[in-house]
Design a protein around this ligand. Structure first.
Ligand code: FEO
Length: 398
């Protein structure tokens, strides 16, 4: 059983989920996920910060009791109401009958709707309010839309510990280590970008707002609701979130394509080869029929260039390209160096449809866009060569 004392009187009591295959029923979990929960013990009062998913409730309770079987727990602070962090609330209330739930006005509305808990039974805090645990002061920061309306963070002033909710979290269970200086966290970084792009990506502006509020706080530990506790890498993860929420990407290109019989794929392979000859060194190619959208989004949030290729299918786009583009529109992805490749057999629709969809985004479309009829020809190869040259130049512009 993993429990850990992160710093004196601040404990980890979260759980690992290695059996759920898709987070939110959508996003793959090849390395599992952790539901992080914490205990802060003051001289007079004790608080649990964040809960766990329903099927993990008894494990969390056992861990809390493992710290001190006789411990009286006074508060449950809910930084985020999504059920991966609140499913176990009812069990917690049974285990610790004196527990008072702490949340904001929006938390209260959701507690009633999800769990039938009345507003009168919770302590409703406002931005900047504090609760004194005796030598430990919990200070609350409302951070709405990061990524739900009730999201907030809790800061322990005396220990410089920030409980950040989903922010700074990532996919991937904790394999023995809890704090980042206890184990190799290298695989958690791409999983942080994937988590951000899949779950939080739509809310770049609220993330920036939250970061500017946190900027003045001294932070020794970031305790998010998923993934490692950040200690040695606090500055690094704040910088990652800052870059992701400003859509500041690395030099490189993601090519996303659909292809029924390999003709559109051939055009993509030709363009990728030409991009390489033009000096582009990071090229990720995703066949939408093979790659899960979760990973495509991760790469879109990593690299500056985006090229989308689709055949015309049933008088529209290749269905999974349609779904992918809708995901970009939903997230308001912008700042991309962009090009599209369309193809058709007798009536070209995919090119126009991609152009219409990306009009809503602030992409910089580069060069002469390509539309191929049926199979690849010397003309298409020449068009790929020209496009690659202009695209590589655009990627290298500051
Ligand atoms: Fe980890 Fe937004 O729930």
């Amino acid at each position: 059983m993993i429990t850990a004392e992160i710093t004196k009187d601040v404990f980890y009591v979260g759980t690992n989920d290695r059996t759920t295959t898709r987070f939110e029923g959508i996003w793959p979990l090849p390395y599992g996920v952790s539901y992080n929960s914490y205990v802060v013990k003051g001289e007079s009062k004790t608080a649990i910060i964040d809960g766990v998913e329903l099927s993990h409730a008894f494990e969390q309770i056992a861990k809390i009791k493992h710290i001190d079987d006789a411990m009286k727990v006074d508060y449950l602070v809910i930084n985020h109401m999504e059920p991966d962090h609140t499913g176990g609330i009812v069990a917690l209330l049974h285990a610790f009958p004196n527990l008072k739930i702490v949340g904001n006005a929006k938390t209260a509305d959701m507690l009633k709707g999800y769990y039938g808990i009345d507003k009168e039974d919770i302590i409703t805090i406002a931005d900047g309010d504090t609760i004194d645990l005796g030598g430990m002061t919990l200070k609350f920061f409302l951070t709405p839309m990061l990524h739900w309306p009730e999201t907030m963070m809790t800061y322990v002033e005396e220990k410089k510990v920030l409980f950040s909710g989903d922010a700074f979290g990532c996919f991937g269970a904790l394999n023995g280590g809890v704090v980042d200086n206890e184990f190799d966290v290298s695989y958690h970084f791409p999983e942080m970008t994937r988590y951000y792009s899949n779950i939080v990506g739509k809310y770049g502006a609220p993330v920036q707002k939250a970061l500017s509020r946190l900027g003045s706080l001294p932070i020794e530990y970031i305790c998010s609701t998923h993934g490692p506790v950040w200690h040695e890498k606090v500055a690094e993860v704040i910088s990652i979130y800052d870059r992701l929420s400003r859509e500041e990407c690395e030099n490189g290109v993601v090519i996303v394509y659909g292809s029924m019989y390999g003709n559109t794929a051939q055009m993509v392979e030709t363009l990728a080869r030409q991009l390489t000859l033009e000096g582009v060194r990071k090229i990720c190619i995703h066949d939408v029929s093979y790659s899960d959208e979760s990973y495509i989004l991760r790469d879109v949030y990593t690299y500056k260039g985006l090229i989308v290729a689709s055949p015309t299918y049933n008088g529209n786009l290749f269905p999974k390209i349609d779904s992918f583009l809708k995901s970009l529109v939903l997230r308001g992805v912008s700042k991309k160096v962009f090009a599209r490749l369309g193809s058709y057999t007798w009536a070209g629709v995919s090119s126009k449809t991609i152009d219409t969809m990306v009009e809503k985004l602030k992409f910089e479309t580069i060069g002469q866009q390509i539309e191929m009829k049926q199979g690849i020809s010397s003309c298409t190869i020449e068009q790929c060569r020209n496009l690659a040259k202009e695209f590589a130049e655009a990627l290298n512009r500051e």
